[in-house]
Write a protein that binds this ligand. Structure first.
Ligand code: CAA
Length: 261
């Protein structure tokens, strides 16, 4: 399997069905250099092909989920290069990952770190987590979706405040504003997130994939289009999952579901 130097990649959980990725570039607080981002994409691509994996967890260290794009790599770059190379464009592939992906954030999630977390389906935070879009302090603005996803997550006023001042928010504030689904003690975060991930991974992969697709479509579609898509996806589950459940002598015992279906 692939050799990684900026991340660690393993399969975890009692059924080995959770893909676990830890950003591991401690000397730069997991700053998202090109090499790290390429490794992350490779790991996700492998997990998307691995039928056993039903959910992915993305985490960092206790000090930093990720302190942003790599400032030292960005500093010498000029307009023509970043424009022609569509710098950060390829990051968006994380938001196109088909399986459920959960961010477990301890410590700093700043700039690109916050943006990567927001590309995930659920964010859980450790009590000491800090979220922020500090790009304005460097004379630039978020470039990995921060102005869009943060606004959708916390509303215009809070997003504007964060993007215009560069001020960070705490885990508790992130919970209050709906950026994260829950906050846990630092040392418990990964275990709590693994519990949720194992639960999700035990569901039908077709159903979790469709649920994710339907929820995400609410950001891209009108209400009528989204409801139409949802209903058609719902109908299509009658071809597989519900049939299996109903066949189990009317008990509808979801325990019989094969997670690969
Ligand atoms: N890029 C590259 N290196 C970084 C980095 C980054 N974003 N963040 C931290 N590092 C490096 C530091 O340079 C330092 O390395 P050296 O020891 O070699 O100098 C090491 O990580 C440890 O950092 P600090 O000594 O600064 O640690 P601290 O605990 O004193 O402070 C911090 C922590 C407040 C997070 C501080 O490191 C910081 O402010 N980092 C920059 C955060 C930032 O501005 N992020 C936005 C980047 S721009 C962006 O992300 C664009 C986008 O939209 C995608």
């Amino acid at each position: 399997s692939a050799f990684y130097s900026n991340i660690t990649v393993e399969k975890k959980g009692k059924k080995n069905n959770v893909g676990f990725i830890q950003l591991n570039r401690p000397k730069a607080l997991n700053a998202l250099c090109d090499a790290l981002m390429k490794e992350l994409q490779t790991a996700l691509s492998d997990f998307s092909k691995d039928e056993e994996v039903g959910c992915v967890v993305l985490t960092g260290s206790n000090k930093a989920f990720a302190a942003g794009a790599d400032i030292k790599e960005m500093q010498p770059r000029e307009f023509a290069e970043v424009y022609k190379g569509d710098f950060l464009g390829f990051w968006n592939s994380i938001s196109l990952f088909k399986k459920p992906i959960i961010a477990a954030v301890n410590g700093y999630a700043l700039g690109g770190g916050c943006e990567i977390a927001m590309m995930c389906d659920i964010i859980y935070a450790g009590e000491k987590a800090k979220f922020g879009q500090p790009e304005i302090l460097l004379g630039t603005i978020p470039g990995g979706g921060g102005t869009q996803r943060l606004t959708q997550a916390v509303g215009k006023s809070k997003a504007m405040e964060m993007v215009l001042t560069g001020d960070q928010i705490s885990a508790q504030e992130a919970l209050q504003f709906g950026l994260v689904a829950n906050v846990y003690p630092v040392e418990e975060l990964v275990d709590k997130v693994m519990e949720k991930a194992e639960k999700i991974a035990s569901m039908s992969q077709i159903a979790t994939g469709m649920a994710k697709e339907a929820v995400n479509s609410s950001y891209e579609m009108t209400l009528a289009e989204g409801i139409h898509l949802e209903r058609r996806l719902f109908h299509s589950t009658f071809a597989t999952i519900l049939k299996l459940a109903i066949n189990s002598i009317g008990s509808c015992n979801m325990g019989i579901i094969n997670a690969k279906l």
